[in-house]
Design a protein around this ligand. Structure first.
Ligand code: 6PG
Length: 240
């Protein structure tokens, strides 16, 4: 696994670094080419989304299309919704058209929604290695080493032939929709965003312990021809 680890003093400085990465990515990609990004869920990305909302250069957002790496099967106005987090902190504050936002319909029947979302992804993304290719996927990790909604020892993690799949939270039983590992590993760039001391235990198990790291879904993220970055704050990196 080739990856770059960057440790930042705190999550605000990490968010500012992510903004520079975004600006660089947009400067490097042709403005008339669609830039497809899959946003992360959970709470960690909140500081990044708030920082991105300060970019009021409308030309930067032109042709950027927002997807999600996963979604809880809840309505879009539910406080548990990953879409709601991104909408309230970021997307509602920048100039984007509705057709640039491709939320997962958490309110729909999960099996049907995986098919609908997969068709939407395929219709907007270029294809590489017979899979849709995202320009950038943002991910978080749980204390059990899950990422997106791919939990350890789950069928969703083992799914190899679909673009997205139904998943289930092992403790709460909450249904989720998640991108599958092959699609994540087909991305041009993947950035993990990990902050807080509650992640300090799992980080070295994923990044340093070669023996059993593969039991953790996050350790199986290794973009074949893409770039992998781990952005940590000092608290999350404290046992690395
Ligand atoms: C989700 C995310 C999940 C999240 C991790 C970390 O829908 O919950 O996709 O993978 O990134 O659970 O969550 P926190 O950022 O809240 O710690």
């Amino acid at each position: 696994m080739n990856y770059e680890i960057k440790v930042f003093k705190n999550k605000q400085i990490l968010a500012e670094a992510m903004t520079i990465d975004l600006l660089n990515a947009r400067a490097e990609s042709p403005k008339n080419r669609r830039f497809n990004i899959a946003l992360a869920g959970g709470n960690t990305p909140r500081s990044v989304y708030k920082q991105w909302a300060t970019i009021q250069d409308d030309s930067l957002w032109r042709n950027v299309h927002f997807f999600w790496g996963d979604e809880r099967c809840v309505p879009p106005d539910d406080n548990d919704s990953n879409y709601k987090l991104a909408h309230d902190t970021f997307l509602s504050k920048i100039l984007v058209n509705e057709n640039q936002i491709h939320r997962i319909h958490g309110e729909a029947d999960p099996e049907r929604e995986t098919k609908r979302y997969a068709i939407e992804i395929e219709s907007y993304l270029p294809n590489k290695n017979n899979l849709p290719q995202f320009d950038w996927i943002l991910l978080g990790i749980g204390t059990d080493g899950h990422t997106a909604s791919l939990f350890p020892n789950s069928l969703a993690l083992k799914e190899q032939s679909s673009i997205c799949t139904v998943a289930q939270h092992p403790q709460t039983g909450q249904k989720r929709i998640s991108l599958t590992l092959p699609v994540i590993n087909n991305a041009r760039k993947v950035t993990f965003l990990v902050t807080g001391d509650e992640k300090a235990e799992i980080v070295p198990k994923i990044l340093r312990d070669k023996n059993n790291s593969l039991t953790f879904p996050a350790a199986q993220v290794n973009p074949q021809s893409g770039i992998l970055k781990w952005y940590l704050d000092e608290a999350a990196a404290s046992k690395l």
